[in-house]
Design a protein. Sequence first.
Lengths: 168, 168
Amino acid sequence: MNLTDAKAQFIQSWGIMGSQWGINRTMAQIHALLIIAAHPLTAEEIMEQLSISRGNTNMNVRELIDWGLLQKVIVPGERKEFFTAEKDIWKVATLIMYQRKKRELDPMVKVLNQLSEVEGDKNDADVKAFTETIGNIKKFTGQAEKTLDTMIKAEENWFWSSFLKLFK
Amino acid sequence: MNLTDAKAQFIQSWGIMGSQWGINRTMAQIHALLIIAAHPLTAEEIMEQLSISRGNTNMNVRELIDWGLLQKVIVPGERKEFFTAEKDIWKVATLIMYQRKKRELDPMVKVLNQLSEVEGDKNDADVKAFTETIGNIKKFTGQAEKTLDTMIKAEENWFWSSFLKLFK
DNA sequence: TATATGTTTCAATATTTATTGAAAGTTTAG
DNA sequence: CTAAACTTTCAATAAATATTGAAACATATA
């Protein structure tokens, strides 16, 4: 496989994976394109490379910037805006984890907290079973959140040394 | 909030979260319904509780069984099939992680392996940059997979004791 | 200031994905 | 064996989601 095909394949696969995880395919493809791009690209170039419209490009680039995965780059002497991606995969992963936690897990946790205050006879077997189930889920998510926070705050090196050993 | 409302709210939120993570909303709702159900339910009851069709129920229940999240239950003296969910949240989490790894991460890893064999001048800066990027992603996913495997194989207690301490 | 270059918005449209429901298939009890 | 009870399938349809493209908006240059 040559470099051009390999890049196309990477963009394709990254896009499919994104869509399976609830991330818009185009957004994932733009991200992939910029991860493997040798230089920052303009909106124009992104459009061409992925055969997508200007509007689509603009919206998804904005979303990616919002996630912290892309940055605008100023190129002296150029009117156009250039975009570049974070290439450190550890940082990419933590950024994505952080965003998804914030957007999807946190609201669920909020709901769980409300649900543990369900009223009713505490001796009623049904009420008891429900609050216990919710309690267990809360305990689990609480733990998962702590782990995630630690990972997000951690330095890459820490991951590749300590963390690695502990899980072997 | 009373028990009935709380249950409805839980099903609703679990469904929304599922859809944000690329899991069909109805599938997540059926799962939620059975997690908080006091007894195993029939397809009939699932249909009624969620106001969904027979076909939809059947398809999503099958998928959930395929994921290992639901089981058929034989109730003596009953013709109908009953369904029950795994209620241990740790087991639920590991089952989901295992399935998603298998279905979505593994194919990506396969592609990455192909991509690292890109042909071309190894001194070409572009080829070099590409293979390096792919190499880094592979290293990362390899590590993530190991971690996941360990978690999947681990006992719940281990998570709640050792793992917990290490991440504090 | 006028014009060209570049960016953003969003209603219309296309695409993808989920759902229905009725027919076909299967199993059990009598 | 056969009728009733129950389950599965899948083409048609509905609903959700993504994409386009042209007009409005913004900004730099001459």
